[in-house]
Design a binder for this molecule. Structure first.
Ligand code: GAR
Length: 201
């Protein structure tokens, strides 16, 4: 059965665009059921609409708690029949009600080689630490922040003249490559998770 993919995005949505491109090329075998943003100004919403994908705003301020927000999000995603969820620059920590509703079915990417530099400003953290290599990680979402089992990682060099912006741009290219691959692996049922270890069948 074809997976029903929902995408959550808060910002400009270039990773959403990478997923849409793969889907339109026919290399991402999913039904795109919709995009949710917590930010009414997110460019991701326009990108979805431009490709005929339903786009809905769920604003944080309309919900008294993180849990209420999570419950509303779960009902919306379930009402669309979603069975695979891709966070694509969704800059809000989800309540555990969400990961419990979709166990090992939510993907996220992070602009560092986890477990190094979790949380915000990962590229700045990498530069400040002085690492020579950083990159991007695609992982499953559990109840922690950037802690779930890792599916794919790609390394990029950190160059002597890098700023946060130049490093972020290099990592972003890796994200655009890796994320459609990871969603494809999930959508085609090739991902096996044993504890923290993920293998592809
Ligand atoms: C990317 O820079 C990504 O590394 C960062 O958000 C941006 C999303 O870009 N961080 C996270 O996603 C942390 N989970 P986009 O909106 O153009 O896809």
């Amino acid at each position: 059965m074809t997976a029903n993919l929902a995408v959550l995005a808060s910002g400009r949505g270039t990773n959403l665009q990478a997923l849409i491109a793969a889907w339109e090329e026919g290399t991402l075998p999913v039904n795109m059921v919709g995009v949710v943003s917590n930010n009414p100004a997110a460019q991701a919403l326009q990108r979805a609409a431009a490709h005929g994908i339903r786009a809905v705003v769920l604003e944080d301020k309309d919900y008294p708690s993180r849990q209420d927000y999570g419950e509303a999000l779960v009902s919306l995603l379930k009402s669309w029949g979603s069975d695979l969820v891709a966070l694509a620059g969704f800059m809000r920590l989800l309540d555990p009600v969400v990961s419990r509703a979709f166990p090992n079915r939510i993907l996220n990417f992070h602009p560092a080689l986890l477990p190094a530099f979790p949380g915000l400003h990962a590229q700045r953290q990498a530069l400040e630490y002085g690492v020579r290599v950083s990159g991007c990680t695609v992982h499953l979402v559990d109840e922690g922040m950037d802690t779930g089992p890792i599916l794919l990682q790609a390394a990029v060099p950190v160059l002597p003249d890098d700023t946060e912006d130049t490093l972020a741009a290099r990592i972003l290219k890796a994200e655009h490559r890796l994320y459609p691959q990871a969603v494809r692996l999930m959508a085609t049922g090739r991902v096996q998770v044993r504890g923290r270890r993920v293998s592809f069948v």
